[in-house]
Design a protein around this ligand. Structure first.
Ligand code: C2E
Ligand code: MG
Ligand code: MG
Ligand code: MG
Length: 277
C-alpha cells in the first residue's frame, strides 16, 4: 500500500511523533513520582465580586514543577493523569492542600477545586472529600467543586447522584466552562448547582462581538432566573469588566485582576485595586 496510486507517501510515523510519544511515556512514568515527591504545586487565582472589588474566592490550579523540564502546564499532564488513574491521588492532593491553605489563613474566602469526570466516578470520592473537610476543619460551604458537562456523558444518572451526595456534605458545586462542550439546558435544570462559570471564549468576544455579548447577557440572565451565582472567566480588559458589570454579572476571574498566584501571595489585593478605580 506504500506505493498506492503511484504517489509518494509520507512516513506515517514521523520523528516528531516519536518524540511526542517518548515524552508522553516519560511523563506518565514520572507523574506518579512527582505526586509523591511533591513536585506538584498549587496556585490560586482570585475570584472577585465585580460590584465591590473584593476577592471572595480563589480557584486552586495545579502546576508541575519538573526538575528537568521546567514548569509543565495542567493541560499537558491532566489528560495523562486521567488516562492513568493518577488523577485520583493528584486531585486529593490538590484538594487537601487548597482546603488546608484557605481554611487556616483566609477564613473569609471560599476555595474552588476542579474535579475531573474520572474522580467523580471513583467510588471513594465522597469519603475522600469528607475526609479533607474533617482534617482541614474548613466549613463545607466554603468548598466549591468545579465540574464540567463531560462528567455526565457516560452515566448521567449516577453523575447526578454523586453530585447530590457531594451537596449533602454541604459543599457547593459550580459548572465550569459553561457554553462550551455539550452544554444543555437540561444540565441547568437537573444538576444540583450553586454557580455557573461563563467560559473564557465568550468573555473574549464581549467587547467586539455583539453576538458573544448577546450570549453572555443570555447566560447571566438564565443563571439569575434559576437562582445561580454567575462567574465570568478570563477577564483581561477594563472594557470586558465594564460590560460584565453593566450586564449584571456578579463575579469574575481573570488576568485583569490577577494571574494564578503562589500560596503565600497577597490574594486579597487582586480585586480592590483595578476594580474600584
Ligand atoms: P479551568 O478550570 O477553566 O481554569 C481556568 C484556566 O484559565 C486556568 O488555566 C487559568 O490560569 C486560565 N485563566 C484565568 N484567567 C485567564 C485570563 O484572563 N486569560 C487567559 N488566557 N487565561 C486565564 P490553567 O491553570 O492552565 O488550567 C487549565 C485547566 O486545567 C483548568 O481550566 C482545569 O480544567 C485544569 N486543571 C487545573 N488544575 C486542575 C486540578 O487540580 N484538577 C483538575 N482535575 N483539573 C485542573
Ligand atoms: Mg475551573
Ligand atoms: Mg475546568
Ligand atoms: Mg474554566
Amino acid at each position: 500500500a506504500a506505493k498506492e496510486g503511484g504517489k509518494r507517501r509520507f512516513a506515517v510515523f514521523t520523528p516528531a511523533m516519536r518524540d511526542s510519544i517518548v515524552r508522553r511515556h516519560g511523563l506518565k512514568a514520572e507523574l506518579e513520582h512527582a505526586i509523591k515527591q511533591r513536585e506538584l504545586v498549587v496556585q490560586y487565582q482570585p475570584i472577585v465580586d465585580l460590584a465591590s472589588g473584593q476577592t471572595v474566592s480563589v480557584e486552586a490550579l495545579v502546576r508541575w514543577n519538573h526538575p528537568g523540564r521546567g514548569r509543565i502546564p495542567p493541560l499537558e499532564f491532566i489528560p495523562l493523569a486521567e488516562e492513568t488513574g493518577l488523577i485520583v491521588p493528584l486531585g486529593r492532593y490538590v484538594m487537601e492542600e487548597a482546603c488546608a491553605r484557605v481554611s487556616g489563613r483566609h477564613p473569609e474566602l471560599q476555595v474552588q477545586v476542579n474535579l475531573s469526570a474520572i474522580e467523580l466516578e471513583h467510588p471513594d470520592l465522597i469519603e475522600s472529600v469528607a475526609g479533607v473537610i474533617a482534617r482541614t476543619g474548613i466549613a463545607p460551604d466554603r468548598v466549591v467543586l468545579e465540574v464540567t458537562e463531560t462528567l455526565l456523558v457516560k452515566d448521567a444518572v449516577r453523575g447526578v447522584e454523586t453530585l447530590q451526595q457531594l451537596r449533602d456534605l454541604g459543599v457547593q458545586l459550580a459548572l465550569d466552562d459553561f457554553g462550551t462542550g455539550y452544554s444543555s439546558l437540561s444540565y441547568l435544570r437537573n444538576l444540583p448547582l450553586d454557580s455557573l462559570k461563563i467560559a473564557r471564549e465568550f468573555v473574549e468576544g464581549l467587547a467586539f462581538s455583539d453576538h458573544d455579548a448577546a450570549f453572555v447577557r443570555l447566560i447571566v440572565g438564565l443563571a439569575k432566573t434559576v437562582g445561580l451565582k454567575v462567574v465570568a472567566e478570563g477577564i483581561e480588559t477594563r472594557e470586558q469588566l465594564d460590560m460584565l458589570r453593566e450586564i449584571g454579572c456578579d463575579l469574575g476571574q481573570g488576568y485583569y485582576f490577577a494571574k494564578p498566584m503562589d500560596a503565600d501571595a497577597d490574594w486579597l489585593a487582586a480585586g480592590i485595586g483595578p476594580a474600584l478605580v
